[in-house]
Each structure stands twice: as C-alpha cells, then as structure tokens.
Design a protein around this ligand. Sequence first.
Ligand code: IPE
Ligand code: IPE
Ligand code: MG
Length: 247
Amino acid sequence: MENAKLMIEKIDMQKIPKHVAIIMDGNGRWAKRKGLPRIAGHWAGAEALRDIVSTCSKLNIQALSVFAFSSENWKRPAQEVNSIMNLLLYYLKKEVDTLHKNNIKIMMSGDWHELPYRIVAQIKKSIRQTQNNSGLILNIVLNYGARREIILACKKMCRDVLEGKLNIEEIDQFAFEEFLYTRDLPDPDLLIRPSGELRISNFLLWQIAYTELWFTEVYWPDFKSEDLLQAVYDYQKRERRYGGLKK
Ligand code: IPE
Ligand code: IPE
Ligand code: MG
C-alpha cells in the first residue's frame, strides 16, 4: 500500500463519493490475534475512526456513516455490551470539541434514544453543539438494524395515512425515504466492509440499492487513511449504470 500523500494525488477530486458508509468490523479478531481481550479491539477501533474522519473531511466527502453497534449486537455477553457503551460515552465526550472545531456535524441513526440515559444525554449534547457546522456529516449508526428501520418507517407512514396526512396514492420511493433515519442524506455511493466478511449484516438495506461495495481483509483497528483512499480510488474506476447502459 502506498502512503497517503502519494495516494491522495491519484484521487480525482471531481469524482468524490458524496456519502461513504463503513461497517467497522473486526475489532474482536484484531484483539484475539494480539492475545488481548475483545474490548481492547473496540478501543483500538475507536482510535482508528479519528484518522478516517479527518481524511473524509480533507476529501470534501459530504457524509460518513459508521456502523458502531447493531440491534443484533445485544446478543453478545452483557460485559462486552457494557464496555462498548462506556467506550462510546468516553469518546463522544472526549472528541466532540475537536469535531466541532473541525466544522464536523454529528448525526445519529438508529434507536439510540433507547440507550442508557447518560449516553442519550451526551448524544443530544453533541448533536446540539455541532448542529450548525457545515463540514462533513459524521453519521454514527448506533443500536441500528435496517429491517427494524424499514418496519418503523412503515408504521409511521401508516399512522400518517390513518390521520389523513398522507394519501396512499402519493406513496412512492421518495415519500417512503422521508421516514428513514437517513432522509437528509444522499444514498451511500461507497460501502466499505473491513475484516474479510462479505456480507451486509443488516446495515442500510434500503439505502444501498445502487451503492458500490468494497471489501478488505484488514481488521477495522488496522484500517488506515491509505485503505480509505484505495477504496475511493477503486470506486472512481467503477462504472455505475443504475440498470441503464454504458455511457
Ligand atoms: C465490530 O467488531 C464492532 C461491533 C460489532 C460492536 P466485532 O466485535 O464484531 O469484531 P469481530 O467481528 O468479532 O472480529
Ligand atoms: C456488524 O458487524 C455490526 C457492526 C460492525 C457494528 P457484526 O460483527 O455484528 O456482524 P456479523 O455478526 O459478523 O454479521
Ligand atoms: Mg464482527
């Protein structure tokens, strides 16, 4: 892998993806390989995010969505779940001033309102503090499952129909998207999954209909700006047809 400086010169700044999504996976295996407890992998994973956010900012990417905790991750031992929650709280508190200084706007997707109050309070504070920033949107996807998001959207939509706010005939793709967490974001152009797993694991199922997928064997804690730049470089060579024909 070339270094980031060399890589960045190869990137076409006219063809930058607007929205990049990352499934931050492989923390546990990273730790295991080093003979460390799984939670050490989660801490290292949080560290890895800092550089990636900064590189996304430099590339003028509009939005970065990062999958931090899924609604299925509650199946894990309570001790691991608690440690992840504590880590989240610690990092939000620690990083929010720097993110704010760098003009980054924090957004959250998922059922984060259901998390312990101390986390909800810090999330609300971080959103408020950065709400007027005009730089990169850092969308932290937390306590999220795509199927659940779609069901919730359907429920809200049905309610609007029952209350006479929405006409059934007006329901189309665009009307539906208004009920998703991501209603203010363009669909991801590029989805990155580290750790060697070749699956989506219930992440943004609706939104990735035409997203370009990029996989790497690298575990998330080892994922560097160079890897992100390689993904963007490869993305720029892809031809997106959306069901149409080659231009
Ligand atoms: C991703 O890393 C972080 C979360 C799911 C919270 P994992 O914890 O899934 O790491 P692996 O997949 O076990 O290596
Ligand atoms: C997806 O990773 C969720 C996050 C990275 C937050 P998982 O580790 O939960 O996915 P599976 O279980 O390998 O599909
Ligand atoms: Mg995993």
